[in-house]
Design a protein around this ligand. Structure first.
Ligand SMILES: *[C@@H]1O[C@H](CO)[C@@H](O)[C@H](O)[C@H]1NC(C)=O
Ligand SMILES: *[C@@H]1O[C@H](CO)[C@@H](O)[C@H](O)[C@H]1NC(C)=O
Ligand SMILES: *[C@@H]1O[C@H](CO)[C@@H](O)[C@H](O)[C@H]1NC(C)=O
Ligand SMILES: *[C@@H]1O[C@H](CO)[C@@H](O)[C@H](O)[C@H]1NC(C)=O
Ligand SMILES: *[C@@H]1O[C@H](CO)[C@@H](O)[C@H](O)[C@H]1NC(C)=O
Ligand SMILES: *[C@@H]1O[C@H](CO)[C@@H](O)[C@H](O)[C@H]1NC(C)=O
Length: 570
C-alpha cells in the first residue's frame, strides 16, 4: 500500500465531503465534478457487494444543434444525480442482438458512463475512511460502430467485481451520429472516437472519488471497441489518459474497416438517397437538414446501408483538421504505428479462433453469398480493396478465389473463414510485428480456442461450429446477463465445470493484466511477443500453452503479405 496515495486521497476526501446535500437514502454515494451521485450496492458472483453507478452523463448531451458537434463539458447536476439504473442507449438499429434482448430506452441523451467498484474498496465518504486506489479497466463496447452499449445486460460486471479492479464502461455515439463524415467543417467525422476520449478525460478527473487510480487506467475494447481502443492509443489526442491497452478481436491497422474517403462516399451515397436529403446542396444546408431530421429518419438511412453492405456502415475516417474539432485521426493508423505512436503502452492483443462465424446468421439473412457471387472482389477485406491500386483488383480477386473458393465455389462458411484469416488474424499479427519493429512496450498475444458445447451465443443462434467465435472470449469475463438471466447458482456459465473454470481463468487473466501489466502471474508461462510471434493458445482452463504459429497461420501470413504487396506495393 502506497502511503503517498493514502495521504493524497485523505486530502481529496476532505475536499469532497458530502455534507451539503442529503444522500442518506443512497446505498452508496460520491461526488463528481458535476455534483453528487447516488448508486446501488449489487452482488458479484462471489457473493460480495460492489458499488454500481450507472448512466452518469460524462458530457453535455449532444441534442438539437449539438447533434454532430464535438461534445461540450458536462453541466452541473440539479441536486443529487440518481445513478442507480442505466441511462438510454445511443440511437441504433441492432441487427444482431436487438431481437434477442429486452427493449431498452434509446435516445441522443446517451452520453453515459457506468462505474463499478468492489464495495470493500469504495471510499466511504460518510465515515471518511480511505482505501487503496484500484486500477481501472476502461471498456469500449463493440458492435461494428453500429449498435450496442456499455450496459450490464451485455457487459455484466459480476465476474470482474470479484477482483481488485474498477470497471468503467461507456456509451459513445454510434453509426450516423458518431461516424458520418462529410469531410467538411460541419461534419468532419470521428465524433464517436472523440466521445471515448471525452470519457477518458472524465475518468481522469473523477475516478479518485470512486476509489480508482487515474494513473493506472487500462484502455480496452473488443471488436469495433478494440479498433477504437487501439486507434485512440495511436492518436495524438489521447496523451496521458491511460497506461496500457487491450485490443481484443479488433485493432485499428488494416483490418475490418477502410478509413478512406472513397469508402465514405459509397456509404454516404446510399444514406442520402435513403433519407431523401440532397448532399449536393451547400454544406451548411446539408448539415442543417441533417440536424432537423428526426432520429427515425436517420436510422432508416443507417438501415438502408446495412441492407446493402451487411454489417458495416459508417466508420472512422482519416481527417483533414477542422477548426472546431479535435483532430483524432490524422493518418492511417498503421502509419502512426510505424512512426512509433502508442509504443509506450504495454498491449494485449486477443483473437478468437473462428471470429468470422458470428456473422453467419446476419450475412445469410442479407443473402451475402449471392452478392459475393455477383461481385467476387468483395470476398477481399474492404480495407485492402479500398486501398489497392484499381488495376490490381482483378489479380487479387483471382488469387483470393483460388485460395478459398476453388475459383468458383463461393459459400458463406468459406467466406467467413477468409474473414477470420484476413480481417482478424493476419492484421493482429502484423500489428504485433510492427510494434516489435518500433521497440514498443511488451505486447501479449492470445488466441482463444475454448470449445464450449453450450455457450449462450451458440444456444441463442442455434449454431454449432469448430473453435470459438467472435465475442466468446469476453463472455468469460463479462457476464452476459441478457442471455443468462439473473444470477443463480445453476446458470453461472455452469453448463459444465470447464465453462465455469474458464470463466475464472479468463477473469483472472484480464484482471492480472489490468493490475500488473501482464496477463500471467509467472512470466515464463506467457512471455511477451517476439519476432516468431509465439502466442498463448487458450484452449483449456488454467492450462498455459505458449506456442509457435501453426503451419496454417504461417501460410496465411505469407498469403496476406502477398496480397498486400500486390495491392499496395508494400
Ligand atoms: C432512482 O431511480 C430509481 C429507478 O428509476 C428509483 O427506483 C429510485 O427511487 C430513485 N432513487 C432516488 C433516491 O431518487
Ligand atoms: C475444385 O473444382 C474442380 C472442378 O471445378 C473439382 O474437380 C475439384 O474437386 C474441386 N476441388 C475441391 C477441393 O473442392
Ligand atoms: C463447393 O463447396 C461445398 C462445401 O465445401 C462442397 O460440398 C461442394 O461439393 C463444392 N462444389 C464444387 C463444385 O466444388
Ligand atoms: C436448431 O438447428 C437444428 C439443426 O440445424 C434444427 O433441427 C432445429 O430445429 C433448430 N432449432 C431451433 C429452435 O431453431
Ligand atoms: C514459474 O514457472 C517456472 C517454469 O515453469 C517454474 O519453475 C516456477 O516455479 C514458476 N513460479 C511460480 C511462482 O509459479
Ligand atoms: C498447444 O497449442 C497448439 C496450437 O498452437 C495445439 O496444437 C496443441 O495441441 C496445444 N497443446 C496442448 C497441450 O494443449
Amino acid at each position: 500500500m502506497n502511503t503517498f496515495r493514502v495521504i493524497v486521497f485523505a486530502v481529496l476526501y476532505c475536499a469532497t465531503c458530502l455534507c451539503d446535500l442529503d444522500v442518506s437514502s443512497c446505498e452508496v454515494a460520491t461526488r463528481t465534478e458535476q455534483g453528487l451521485v447516488c448508486g446501488r450496492r449489487r452482488k458479484a458472483t462471489n457473493g460480495e457487494d460492489y458499488a454500481s453507478f450507472r448512466g452518469i452523463p460524462y458530457a453535455k448531451q449532444p441534442l438539437g444543434r449539438l447533434r454532430f458537434k464535438e461534445l461540450r463539458p458536462a453541466e452541473p447536476f440539479h441536486g443529487v444525480f440518481n445513478a442507480t439504473e442505466t441511462g438510454p442507449i445511443c440511437p441504433q438499429v441492432d441487427i444482431f442482438f436487438g431481437p434477442l434482448m429486452a427493449p431498452r430506452s434509446m435516445g441522443e441523451d446517451c452520453i453515459r458512463i457506468n462505474i463499478h467498484v468492489p464495495y470493500q474498496f469504495f471510499p466511504d465518504v460518510r465515515t471518511g475512511s480511505t482505501k487503496q486506489l484500484l486500477p481501472v479497466f476502461f471498456w469500449i463496447h463493440g458492435g461494428s460502430l453500429n449498435y450496442g452499449s456499455g450496459d450490464p445486460d451485455f457487459y455484466g460486471p459480476e465476474y470482474l467485481m470479484t477482483k481488485d479492479i474498477i470497471l468503467v464502461t461507456i456509451n459513445y455515439r454510434l453509426n450516423v451520429f458518431g461516424f458520418l463524415s462529410l469531410g467538411n467543417k460541419y461534419i468532419p467525422g470521428n465524433n464517436g472516437i472523440r466521445d471515448c476520449i471525452a470519457a477518458l478525460k472524465w475518468v481522469q478527473k473523477n475516478i479518485r472519488n470512486f476509489g480508482g487510480d487515474p494513473d493506472r487506467v487500462t484502455l480496452a475494447g473488443q471488436s469495433a471497441g478494440g479498433v477504437l481502443a487501439h486507434m485512440i492509443s495511436v492518436s495524438p489526442a489521447s496523451k496521458g489518459l491511460f497506461k496500457q491497452v487491450a485490443a481484443l478481436s479488433g485493432q485499428s491497422a488494416y483490418g475490418m474497416f477502410s478509413y478512406s474517403r472513397k469508402y465514405a462516399s459509397i456509404v454516404n451515397a446510399i444514406f442520402f438517397i435513403a433519407i431523401g436529403i440532397n448532399p449536393l446542396q451547400p454544406p451548411k444546408k446539408v448539415h442543417d437538414d441533417l440536424v432537423a431530421a428526426p432520429l427515425e429518419r436517420l436510422l432508416y438511412g443507417q438501415k438502408a446501408i446495412l441492407d446493402v453492405l451487411g454489417v458495416v456502415a459508417f466508420v472512422p475516417i482519416i481527417e483533414t483538421p477542422q477548426p472546431s474539432f479535435t483532430t483524432v485521426l490524422p493518418k492511417e493508423p498503421e502509419e502512426l504505428v510505424n512512426e512509433g505512436a502508442g509504443k509506450e503502452y504495454p498491449t494485449i492483443i486477443g483473437l478468437c479462433s473462428n471470429e468470422g462465424i458470428i456473422l453467419y446468421p446476419r450475412l445469410k439473412e442479407v443473402h451475402m453469398a449471392e452478392k459475393l457471387k455477383m461481385m467476387p472482389a468483395l470476398t477481399l477485406p474492404l480495407s485492402l480493396l479500398m486501398a489497392a491500386n484499381l488495376e490490381t483488383i482483378p489479380v487479387l480477386t483471382t488469387i483470393q478465389l483460388a485460395k478459398y473458393f476453388n475459383y468458383t465455389n463461393i459459400t458463406l462458411i468459406k467466406f467467413l473463414n477468409s474473414v477470420t484469416d484476413l480481417s482478424y488474424t493476419y492484421p493482429a499479427q502484423r500489428l504485433a510485428r510492427k510494434r516489435l519493429a518500433t521497440g514498443a512496450a511488451k505486447t501479449y498475444f492470445y488466441q482463444f480456442n475454448y470449445k464450449s458445447k453450450k455457450h449462450p451465443l451458440k444456444l441463442r443462434f442455434n449454431m454449432t461450429y469448430p473453435g470459438a467465435a467472435h465475442l466468446e472470449d469476453i463472455t468469460y469475463f463479462f457476464r452476459l446477463n441478457a442471455f443468462l438471466g439473473p444470477q443463480t447458482k445453476l446458470n453461472e456459465l455452469a453448463h459444465s465445470d470447464d465453462d465455469s473454470r474458464m470463466k475464472d481463468w479468463m477473469t483472472t487473466m484480464i484482471s492480472n493484466f489490468v493490475i500488473n501489466g501482464s496477463p500471467a502471474v509467472n512470466e515464463s508461462d506467457w512471455p511477451p511477443c517476439q519476432e516468431d510471434l509465439r502466442y498463448q493458445h487458450i484452449e483449456k482452463p488454467f492450462k498455459y500453452n505458449f506456442t509457435t504459429l501453426t503451419p496454417y497461420m504461417k501460410d496465411n501470413i505469407k498469403y496476406c503479405n502477398r496480397l498486400f504487396k500486390i495491392a499496395l506495393g508494400v
